[in-house]
Design a protein around this ligand. Structure first.
Ligand code: GSH
Length: 208
């Protein structure tokens, strides 16, 4: 197997997932900012021109960060990050979706509508980016209201892929120099704990 990744939020999800599980695979790094993921060679792996992509032993190119995580969690069952029982798996899935849509979503839209390399990917609307930016503090405040029950991690007492998805938002927030109000003490407790994990090192954006 071989992973195509780089410095980018969705690539971070898989790199962090592998780090947490102790999975060591060959990695080829592609630069999103220079459009390397849209070059013909990579389009053959992923017609959407995106990373991450996991090349399997049979030559199949698996795309979509969460599908890659799901595959890796099955093939390397040590230290499961996506649940073991029906209920655990469903709760982690639930929280992963919530982190993806409610917490990560506005940051992703902000990036897509502001960063020049994405201009040929969609019609960039700077005013829309501003509306997304304004949602960020309120969405973290919603997470604060959920985490007031004292849980250690997003989906309960165990670290899971839902935390990794939350960390992708944190990665962008760190790059933007912070949009998360200090008053959100339970969220900041979670932030401190995930930033101290080894896998956080994959979040570093050069020049941030
Ligand atoms: N839904 C995909 C999204 C992948 C994605 O958006 N990747 C971005 C980096 S975070 C990318 O490679 N963008 C390059 C481009 O659009 O040119 C996933 O979860 O893997």
């Amino acid at each position: 197997m071989k992973l195509y990744a780089g410095v980018a939020p969705n690539a971070f999800r898989v790199l962090a997932f592998m780090e947490e599980k102790g999975i060591d695979l060959p990695i080829e790094t592609l630069d999103v900012m220079t459009g390397e993921t849209r070059e013909p060679k990579h389009l053959e792996r992923n017609t959407l021109g995106e990373i991450p992509v996991l090349e399997l032993e049979n030559g199949f190119f698996l795309t979509e960060s969460i599908a890659i995580c799901r595959y890796l969690d099955s093939v390397f069952p040590e230290k499961p990050l996506m649940g073991q029982t029906a209920l655990e798996s469903a709760q982690i899935e639930m929280w992963n979706r919530r982190m993806e849509q409610k917490i990560m979503g506005p940051y992703a839209q902000l990036g897509l509508h502001c960063i020049p390399v994405f201009a040929d990917k969609l019609e960039q609307v700077p005013d829309y980016a501003e509306t997304q930016k304004r949602l960020i503090p309120a969405n973290w405040a919603w997470l604060e209201s959920e985490m007031r029950d004292g849980r250690k991690f997003i989906s309960g007492d165990d670290f899971s892929v839902a935390d990794i998805t939350g960390m992708t938002a944190l990665m962008i927030d760190t790059f933007l120099k912070g949009e998360i109000p200090e008053s959100l003490t339970n969220v900041h407790r979670w932030i401190e704990s995930v930033k101290s994990r080894e896998c956080w090192k994959h979040s570093v954006i050069p020049g941030a």
